[in-house]
Design a protein around this ligand. Structure first.
Ligand code: ATP
Length: 311
């Protein structure tokens, strides 16, 4: 890895993600649910610039309102920088500037992308040359979605979602993302799912022991076929999230009436991801959603995982 520590700092970019398939199994001994998910990295990205500093600090710019985001040691980017420094025995600090475009608590792994880009940027800034395996091990400790933000592309995640295996994907899928004005807590959505399963234990099948990703999803991704993928999109967190935020049902209907092949909640929501056949229909849907006063952005996937950007 090259070291490009100039007055411009070192820049790294990492993608947000859409879970095109998410099945939630039972609660494991560590308190996490056993999941099976198919991740797709999308072109809504975070840029992290790392500058030499004695201490650890972070500041935000970009299209997302970050005024409520903590910038102390609880911020995932700071956690990532400190974890890397600790593991490498590096004694200095870093100032991070994050150009943020992935919604906060939106179910698209924005914080995870910040953490992944920070690992790469600090590794280069400090000249550590950590191996991919070392970075992945640190990433898994920082959060279940951080390893995927490092790897990117298309991948299957099992366990907490952090045990990754790459999946083949052809072509580009076009998405329109309806961003919500509020965030949703991932643990709250999982708790709602557990409550639902307890309430209906008599009527529904018990949660799968080791959930798996449907073969149809893998087939659709491999074929690069949006129609086939639209038919196999699935998210077990959608029903509990809609229970907590019923207004999202209307957003889903609006997209599906305006040219989307299908819509689904991204991760634990509240971002709604609409799969469209091509770029033109994406633009039309974006206009329709904007006319209903929703914030809509277009993205394609799959894209690269975290990487250094040379200015
Ligand atoms: P996931 O889909 O991985 O569950 P998410 O996209 O729903 O994540 P994030 O935006 O990654 O949610 O962040 C979840 C929580 O983490 C937020 O409520 C926020 O307070 C906290 N957080 C800490 N650092 C960051 C960061 N750099 N960016 C965004 N959120 C952060």
């Amino acid at each position: 890895m090259t070291i490009a520590a100039t007055s411009q700092g070192v820049r790294a970019r990492a993608p947000g993600k859409i879970n095109v398939f998410l099945k939630v199994g039972q609660v494991m001994e560590d308190g996490y649910h056993d999941v099976a998910t198919a991740y797709q990295a999308v072109s809504l990205t975070e840029d992290v610039r790392a500058y030499p500093a004695d201490d650890f600090s972070v500041a935000f710019t970009g299209t997302i309102d970050t005024s409520d985001l903590a910038t102390d040691g609880s911020n995932l980017a700071i956690k990532a920088a400190r974890a890397l420094a600790r593991s490498a025995g590096y004694r200095g600090g870093v100032h991070l500037e994050i150009d943020k475009h992935v919604p906060i608590a939106g179910g698209m792994g924005g914080g995870s992308a910040d953490a992944a880009a920070t690992l790469l940027a600090c590794d280069a800034l400090w000249g550590l040359e950590a191996s991919k395996e070392e970075l992945l091990a640190l990433a898994a400790k920082l959060g279940a979605d951080v390893p995927f933000a490092l790897v990117g592309g298309t991948a299957i995640g099992t366990g907490r979602g952090d045990q990754l295996s790459p999946a083949l994907a052809k072509g580009a899928f076009h998405w329109v993302l309806a961003l919500a004005e509020f965030g949703m807590s991932t643990p709250d959505v999982y708790r709602e799912l557990d409550r639902h399963r307890d309430r209906h234990a008599q009527d529904i099948f018990p949660a799968q022991h080791q959930p798996t990703v449907d073969a149809n999803v893998l087939h659709a991704l491999r074929a690069g076929d949006p129609l086939m993928l639209a038919e196999s999109l699935h998210n077990d967190l959608q029903a509990p999230a809609l229970h907590l935020a019923p207004g999202l049902g209307k957003v889903l209907q609006l997209g599906e009436r305006n040219g989307a092949l299908a819509g689904l909640l991204s991760g634990s929501g509240p971002t709604v991801a609409f799969l469209v056949p091509d770029a033109d229909s994406g633009m039309e849907l974006q206009v329709a959603l904007s006319a209903s006063r929703l914030t809509a952005v277009r993205a394609t996937g799959p894209v690269h995982g975290a990487r250094l950007i040379h200015d």
